[in-house]
Design a protein around this ligand. Sequence first.
Ligand code: SAH
Length: 233
Amino acid sequence: MLTLGGCNPEPARPAAPPPVVEPVLAEARMHMVRDQIVARGITDPRVLEAMTRVPRHEFVPAAQRGEAYEDWPLPIGYGQTISQPYIVAFMTAALGPGPGDRVLEIGTGSGYQAAVLSCLVAEVYTVEIVDPLARRAEADLKRLGYANVKVRAGDGHHGWPEAAPFDAIIVTCAPEQVPQALVEQLREGGRMIIPVGSQWGAQELYLLRKTPTGMQRQGVLPVRFVPMVKGRS
Ligand code: SAH
């Protein structure tokens, strides 16, 4: 029997035991990792383990649960989507997350990407502009025992200045240009993965590295993300 919960349970594990997942879901998840992720060339064993552990079905609406381990994005309400599992794995692996890292995510959505990261790094800070999505993701992450994730409702263009600098930043919505605040909040040597482009035109996923002489930028994959919208502040 497979039991699941947060991957860094030390600080504030809920008193209730972690949920026990039905074997059929655990098996679907193993197939997802093997057929969609390993088969497309992701080899980082820590990323594969995290994707095998995190109960993706807990982060999708009840009506979509039967599709939680399928090879496509799913609606999560408010016109937003949870990314295709392969994209989550690809972006996570591209960041090269280390156990001591502090990571900023922009675009919490369902909280699933944050949960995967929480298994791999020391601390995750995640910002979501749609308030009810932020609240729901925060509640789900807490319920499932992901105690090293902090959620904030707000405009990710500002990053999370009080918690900066970050070792890595992952952006899961697409701005037309890399927001300057995020560049500033990345430590030197840090990595950022971010889709850049317009809502209707081409978007490219970029891997950026902050060096003493500026940002190195490498296009890694053509993608399609929801736009990174501007808040009112
Ligand atoms: N990482 C998510 C999927 C993200 S979908 C997951 O694992 O489920 C992209 C999310 O970015 C949406 O929820 C959208 O509301 C959010 N978003 C769009 N513009 C934003 C902004 N300026 N700041 C923060 N979040 C934003």
